[in-house]
Design a protein around this ligand. Structure first.
Ligand code: TMP
Length: 220
């Protein structure tokens, strides 16, 4: 099934960043944010699971603790509750205000982690998204493609090692996650842009910046 393309009648823009663990999403979001602010854009950066005060509290339960703490169906319901609040309180108001929203993970993570790898039916996931999350899709999604072993090494070296529930699921699980993102990207080549995240952060950032300029109609 191909995931819906976006409407282009929005006042602002919605850009998401996806990939496995430790692929450098937050570094790239910070770099793009600085660049866009320098160009006088109003930028809102946010993340899932999280984004709102309440969801940041729920995040803790999802990303810490025992790897079997939630099954993929329960996770799906919590991620959707978080996403609905996030869309209502942060994402849609910012887009309506003309901002560029940079979001660390969104629906594609649910399709890959809970769906393609967790075996929750994709039809159910897309139905939930349509019913409770306004069928909202990013204008563009950057999928940072890095070898799972490198990403996990990086993620587990972070200071915040308490957030390791998904990291502890092992290399085979994370290889499936990467394959899931390849699958999704192939089915949505116009929206999801694969970025080789093995390159230096400067090269990655300049690739992301050139796609973003095209989306935002920036000529410089
Ligand atoms: P992060 O460490 O990149 O912030 O992501 C937190 C974890 O949550 C990550 O391992 C992926 C997982 N996740 C899902 O399983 N489904 C989702 O819908 C989202 C948004 C995240």
């Amino acid at each position: 099934m191909q995931i819906k393309q976006t409407s282009n009648s929005r006042k602002g823009f919605f850009i998401s960043f996806e990939g496995g663990e430790g692929v450098g999403k937050s570094t790239q979001i910070d770099l793009l944010k600085k660049d866009l602010i320098n160009k006088q854009f109003n930028v809102v950066s946010t993340r899932e699971p999280g984004g709102t005060k309440e969801a940041e509290k729920l995040r803790k339960f999802l990303v810490t603790g025992d790897k079997k703490a939630w099954d993929p169906c329960s996770e799906t319901l919590i991620f959707n509750a978080i996403r609905r609040e996030h869309i209502n309180k942060i994402i849609l108001p910012a887009i309506e205000d003309g901002a560029v929203v940079l979001c660390d993970r969104f629906i594609d993570s649910t399709i890959v982690y809970q769906g393609l790898v967790g075996n929750v039916s994709e039809k159910d996931l897309l139905d939930l998204h349509r019913k409770y999350c306004y069928d909202l899709y990013p204008d563009i999604t950057f999928f940072l493609d890095l070898s799972p072993q490198k990403g996990l090494n990086r993620a587990l070296k972070r200071q915040n090692t308490i957030e390791d529930r998904f990291e502890n699921l092992g290399i085979n699980y994370h290889q499936k996650i990467l394959n899931g993102f390849y699958n999704l990207q192939k089915r949505n080549p116009n929206r999801i842009i694969r970025i080789n995240a093995e390159k230096s952060k400067e090269v990655i950032s300049s690739e992301i910046s050139s796609f973003t300029k095209r989306l935002l109609n920036i000529n410089d």
